[in-house]
Design a protein around this ligand. Structure first.
Ligand code: SF4
Length: 278
């Protein structure tokens, strides 16, 4: 807690405030508090999460929301949650600006992809040192270089999708859209980046994409194991196109799998090659 108190008193400057976890709505409770850490020296009362954000956010050089709970509310903020919890930008407002004039920087993911988080922190450090331009963010306040592409665009199984070749059970190497993958409409780089040292990345290793980096998660992506609504139409189109492409490719594949006929032990040269006459 020492650093929180020091930052509040202006004894650490500049600092970056990293918020993890959703922000409960303390205004709707009848008594007590939803979430707190540390104690107020003057009153002896717990300091709520909201109060810490109020005390520190405007003093911070930069503010990062880490993970989907902090960015957009996440699982705790799904329909029916009793705490009224929300993401940091819902709490501070999308127009919030830090002491350096920066908007909140959102790094979603449930959990956040560790390299995405560290790369964003590092970027802000470079920016603070005057070595990088202002961090580029999209409308949802995500770093554009990390969240500008979809899961589908980086997926190892994209070739199966293109050929209309779909898995109907787990354990198959084929495209997972029929068993619930939301990859074509989800902004996330995990299929390119992997989880650890480039290894993994949900669909690459057999897990459907459930949209965990998205502001609408989880409500707009449930029930998780069902085929996404748009997928049936797109897959009908892909199946008809894909099966034609697959049969044409199988002809080329068969041809490519045979050696040219001039490779033989006979006495004649049959390559069709005509030596130049001198
Ligand atoms: S598994 Fe998902 S992300 Fe990968 S190709 Fe299929 S639909 Fe796209």
């Amino acid at each position: 807690m020492k650093y929180f108190y020091q930052a509040e008193k202006g004894q650490i400057d500049p600092f970056v405030l990293v918020v993890e976890g959703s922000i409960p709505n303390e205004k709707i409770k009848k008594e007590g508090y939803w979430a707190a850490q540390g104690t107020d020296y003057n009153t002896g009362q717990p300091i709520t999460t909201c109060e810490w954000i109020d005390r520190l956010a405007s003093k911070a050089w930069g503010v990062i929301a880490c993970g989907t709970c902090a960015t957009y509310g996440g699982i705790h903020a799904m329909a029916g949650n009793p705490t009224g919890c929300m993401g940091l930008a819902d709490y501070l407002g999308k127009d919030f600006r830090s002491a350096a004039g920066l908007p909140i920087v959102n790094v979603p993911g449930c959990p956040v992809q560790p390299d995405n988080m560290m790369e964003t922190l590092l970027y802000l450090l470079f920016q603070a040192a005057g070595l990088a331009p202002i961090i580029p963010l999209d409308e949802q306040l995500r770093p554009t270089w990390l969240f500008g592409k979809t899961v589908h665009e980086g997926c190892d199984r994209g070739g199966y999708y293109e050929q209309g070749d779909f898995a109907h059970e787990y354990g198959s190497p084929k495209c997972l859209v029929k068993i619930g993958c939301w990859g074509p409409v989800v902004n996330c780089n995990v299929t390119k980046r992997g989880w650890m040292r480039g290894i993994g990345g949900c669909p690459n290793v057999g897990g459907i994409c459930i949209g965990c980096t998205m502001p609408g998660f989880p409500d707009k992506f449930m029930p998780f194991m069902d085929q996404p609504p748009g997928a049936s139409l797109s897959s009908v189109i892909v199946v008809s196109y894909g099966s034609m492409i697959r049969s044409l490719r199988s002809i080329t594949n068969m041809s490519g799998n045979r050696e040219p006929k001039w490779r033989h032990r006979g006495r004649a040269l049959t390559t069709g090659y005509q030596p130049t006459s001198y």
